[in-house]
Design a protein around this ligand. Sequence first.
Ligand SMILES: Nc1ncnc2c1ncn2[C@@H]1O[C@H](COP(=O)(O)OP(=O)(O)OP(=O)(O)O)[C@@H](O)[C@H]1O
Ligand SMILES: O=C([O-])CC(=O)C(=O)O
Ligand SMILES: [Ca+2]
Ligand SMILES: [Mn+2]
Length: 642
Amino acid sequence: MASQGTENGEFSFPKTPTKGRNGLPKIQTRGGKKEDDQICHDDSVPPVKAQTIDELHSLQKKRSVPNTPIKGETQPAFNAISEEGRQKQQLESISASLASLTRETGPKVVRGDPDRKTETPRAQVTHQHRHVHAPTLSTSDSALKFTHILYNLSPAELYEQAIKYEKGSFITSSGALATLSGAKTGRSPRDKRVVRDETTEDELWWGKGSPNIEMDEHTFLVNRERAVDYLCSLDKVYVNDQFLNWDPVHRIKVRIVSARAYHSLFMHNMCIRPTAEELEEFGTPDFTIYNAGMFPCNRYTHYMTSSTSIDLNLGRREMVILGTQYAGEMKKGLFGVMHYLMPKRQILSLHSGCNMGKAGDVALFFGLSGTGKTTLSTDHNRYLIGDDEHCWSENGVSNIEGGCYAKCIDLSKEKEPDIFNAIKFGTVMENVVFDEHTREVDYSDKSVTENTRAAYPIEYIPNAKIPCVGPHPKNVILLACDAFGVLPPVSKLNLAQTMYHFISGYTALVAGTEDGIKEPQATFSACFGAAFIMLHPTNYGSGKRIKLAYTRKIIDAIHSGSLLEAEYTKTEIFGLEIPTAIEGVPSEILDPANTWPDKKAHLDALTKLGGLFKKNFEVFLDYKIGTDNNLAGEILAAGPNF
Ligand SMILES: Nc1ncnc2c1ncn2[C@@H]1O[C@H](COP(=O)(O)OP(=O)(O)OP(=O)(O)O)[C@@H](O)[C@H]1O
Ligand SMILES: O=C([O-])CC(=O)C(=O)O
Ligand SMILES: [Ca+2]
Ligand SMILES: [Mn+2]
């Protein structure tokens, strides 16, 4: 370290000719060789081994182990030829990913930051042409330029990129990276399109109630070309090669090509991060996202109803994002892919949080966006398996992701300590407001959006269970944030009721066909997600959301098994069994009838909600469940009765 002389803990200043003039005592250094030496030399450390400032800077960074080292003990960690070969392979693969389908050729790609050529020894020009036999004249200007690839950068590198190049990127007081997602601060489900081809025609759920809005293959290719041309026109793009699903047998390799460091860091946090060895064997991805979110789609293109389009092509294993920078589109886009792939393998994909007690008891938390999957699965007394997306197979449960995505509006250290503490270096914070000087985040500020979010790697939660897998669940918790205020805080469901409420929209539709191909699942409940309820919640219930502290007590009673031993009464209309007492929870709130001063208003609201459930369920009545027709009847009977 080359700092000011610090020998013996004393600082020394060079003497000035004006010594003594202002009465300051002469400063003596102990290290002075000669008594009569008039100058204090700072010779306590050897001089830096550089002749120029550039040389000095080149000393600062030591060459890191390549992120694709050679396997096998006999090989040294650094092998110039093989490393070059590996990089070439990676670049070839990336060039193929970014290929224009009409020009049938990938761009010239080169690894490294274009602005750091001189200081980055890794930025060797290793471009290649895919068609060496092609005529020497390039067909377009785009084929003449290089696209720099920033491949699987580290969080520190991505911070630097974001802060340098992306307006609205700042380091918060706790070390997180604050970013802005632009005009879109949430997902745009109505701008999502799925390619309807011969295969998906039969396999996917189309029509009323389905979240899948169709597009044709040609239109997809038009949008793909638009995204790819945009990305290739940039000086540099970020490429993440990562995994989904902690179950090694059903792991999926994903590649994310994006234009922003924010997107790259978000996916770094949210997907499973490969080890150096795993990256070496990565090869061709199973699925690729082209995120050209800063660039809009063309509204003259067929099927486009806005300048935003999120397009999924299962046949091509590709997704294209145009006109939205909200990072959740990538996360939930990949979730859609898993919802397609996993049920085909007889694996249930679930929009749920998951944790495990010390005794190995696993609990699943189902719920729509914002109902508390992340909040309640992050429990200091239990191991966190995952907060949002899981697979349930014959072998048990596995998390699909490598990170968590927490809502952070009104976040407090007292109520959600583990999430609060996970917001540190490496964490991406979206659309939060902070003090311009101290950089302290004001979690109560909704100036940008109410949907402020934090994305962090799961190991930022101290009791995360790595690898994120567990045995079969013991408890299944369906979370609801009931805008009517008529559903009880907790009730015990029998099997048919569980199925009824699950299908009704507490995340998913799971209707199998006879040949075993499962339908894809809806993310939103037609009932609780319906615009009607969202627009008029104040017209109904008079209550408030259950206090988080009480919800935690209820969840504790479920985990411990004590809730099973409680006494129950049955509610009207829904026939839900509600406990009469839970430790730590005021008994009067357990039955919502008590919290309504006007009994008639309560019954009206309850009946109204029951009607909505019935109407919502109509769309499922035609579906056969397996070969057993009685099952559908039983499930229906478990719904509201009036
Ligand atoms: N009783 C409660 N139970 C759960 N969460 C509550 C409760 N009261 C308030 N909250 C707040 O509701 C929000 C739940 O957000 P959370 O991120 O857990 O949702 P989520 O189900 O994981 O949704 P998403 O799938 O969109 O990520 C948090 O901000 C939490 O503080
Ligand atoms: O994707 C998002 O914006 C957040 C999320 O998990 C959800 O909505 O279920
Ligand atoms: Ca969440
Ligand atoms: Mn979610």
